[in-house]
Design a protein around this ligand. Structure first.
Ligand code: PLP
Length: 479
């Protein structure tokens, strides 16, 4: 494919994507395929000779589309949102076109410098303490990671390196393995599995602590767990706190947890993957109160801030700890940074190479503006409130967790089995897509506002279907 054909194909592909998104409300959110469907549709080996791109384009509708889940359908209410916007798509095209890899400042100065600037723009939008910002502190700063999972892991590995160093400073005879065996990380039973995964990867013990009746991990619970472990001569070192849990969007009490972490020198990492975006609205910023105690935090603009996957914003209070923990001097990279103090992001992440992800963030922030992004968040929250009112108006149902942001967790009063049946009927019907969850043995349904295309009529449509299926469950149960 030469540049001229690329221009033609590029226009064709842009049209394909624009048409897809323009007509997405005509598609059912879930595809009707069974596992292995695609194997039948393509050859079992790669073609020996290159094919004409017309045949590739023709296969999109034949091979790919039948198996696509339409996350941007206004009837998609599962998981959490996956952001998608035209300015972000354009940023990804440019990033791919430049194809310039930014592992050090010198390997692509614009990549590092725009990322540094964007992390400060974003940090200021979230009103983060100055300690996390490049421009306002000596030590703070941020990076775009590919996921919240990677951010939780990097924070844990960093904390692990730091605590091993401190322990060995105090006792030179201790081996790393001996320290590792004693390290304990904490999280709540409601947090995302990425925290537990980080601990597994880091080879440390993790304790999932109980949440209170509002789904929050509280300071006293952490203090008690830490004391128990200290009594056993173990070494508490990391807390994975959550702001906006995946199960039911609950919030750990950072203001209580922070002082416990400070007292026991525990690294507090905040996972705000979904809810972080809401903090750009002053009225929701309170959910991050206590962030000043954290050593690191991350949230996903690729969930709820119009930036296509992948884009996770992660900040640390002390960048020397992260650079120091993973610093490897590599001769080929000893190229001058021209005396400019700029991060070499290869030290801050697991992979070596990195894409120019800040472009799409820059395009989004400039195209929507802060007030445009705030308006979209507020719209989604008001739609969730509309659904909450529908649920409250029907005495058969109950709300399972306070609706603070764009997620409504609800259930039919009574047994889990009635709710499992309700979920099954909604899923089988297929006009809307939701995912269930379970906390403390209570099974419930989650209604998330996901697509920017979802409006009040779609929420009413979804509620009609939930009610219709609930009628069937009630009839079946004779109650
Ligand atoms: N944390 C929370 C609260 C989440 O909701 C999710 C995903 O939904 C994650 C972490 C994982 O995010 P990622 O895919 O960026 O690792």
């Amino acid at each position: 494919m030469d540049a001229d054909e690329f221009r033609t194909r590029g226009r064709q592909m842009v049209d394909y994507v624009a048409d897809y998104l323009d007509t997405i409300d005509s598609r059912r959110p879930l595809p009707d395929v069974t596992p292995g469907y695609l194997r039948e549709l393509i050859p079992s080996t790669a073609p020996d000779r290159g094919e004409n791109f017309d045949t590739v384009m023709a296969d999109l509708d034949r091979v790919i589309m039948p198996g696509v889940t339409h996350w941007h359908s206004p009837q998609f209410h599962a998981y959490f949102p996956a952001a998608n916007s035209f300015p972000a798509l354009l940023g990804d095209i440019l990033s791919g076109g430049l194809g310039a890899i930014g592992f050090t400042w010198a390997s692509n100065p614009a990549c590092t410098e725009l990322e540094v600037a964007m992390m400060d723009w974003l940090g200021k939008m979230l009103q983060l303490p100055n300690d996390f910002l490049y421009s306002e502190s000596e030590k703070g700063g941020g990076i775009i990671q590919s996921s919240s999972s990677e951010s939780a892991l990097m924070a844990l590995l960093c904390a692990r390196t730091e605590v091993i160093r401190q322990q060995q400073d105090n006792n030179q005879h201790l081996t790393k393995g001996q320290v590792l065996d004693k390290l304990v990380a904490y999280t709540s039973i409601e947090s995302h599995s990425c925290i537990e995964r980080a601990a597994m990867t880091g080879l440390v013990t993790i304790r999932a602590l109980p949440s209170d009746e509002n789904g929050a991990l509280r300071g006293a619970t952490l203090e008690k767990a830490v004391q128990d472990d200290l009594d056993k001569e173990l070494i508490p070192f990391y807390l994975g706190a959550s702001i906006g849990t995946t199960t039911r969007c609950t919030f750990d009490n950072l203001k209580e947890l922070g002082p416990v972490c400070n007292k026991h020198k525990i690294w507090m990492h905040i996972d705000a993957a979904y809810a972080g975006s809401a903090c750009i609205c002053p009225e929701f910023r309170y959910i991050l109160d206590g962030v000043e105690h954290a050593k690191s935090l991350a949230f996903n603009p690729h969930k709820w801030m119009q930036v296509n996957h992948d884009c996770t914003a992660m900040w640390v209070k002390d960048k020397e700890l992260i650079e120091g923990a993973f610093h490897i001097d590599y001769y080929i990279l000893r190229q001058s940074n021209h005396g400019v103090r700029m991060p070499d992001f290869r030290h801050w992440q697991i992979p070596f190479g990195r894409r120019f992800r800040s472009l799409k963030l820059w395009f989004v922030l400039r195209s929507f503006g802060v007030s445009g992004l705030q308006a979209l968040i507020r719209k989604d929250i008001s739609l969730a409130k509309q659904f909450e009112r529908f649920v409250q108006s029907d005495p058969r149902f109950e709300i399972v967790a306070e609706v603070v942001l764009g997620l409504v967790c609800f259930r039919l009063k009574g047994d889990n089995s009635r709710n499992e049946r309700l979920n099954y009927l909604i899923h089988k019907d297929g006009r809307i897509h939701m995912t269930p969850s379970k906390v403390k043995d209570m099974y419930f349904l989650r209604f998330a506002i996901c697509s920017t295309r979802t409006g009040a009529a779609d929420v009413a449509f979804a509620w009609d279907i939930v009610r219709e299926m609930a009628d069937k469950v009630t009839l079946e149960n004779g109650s």
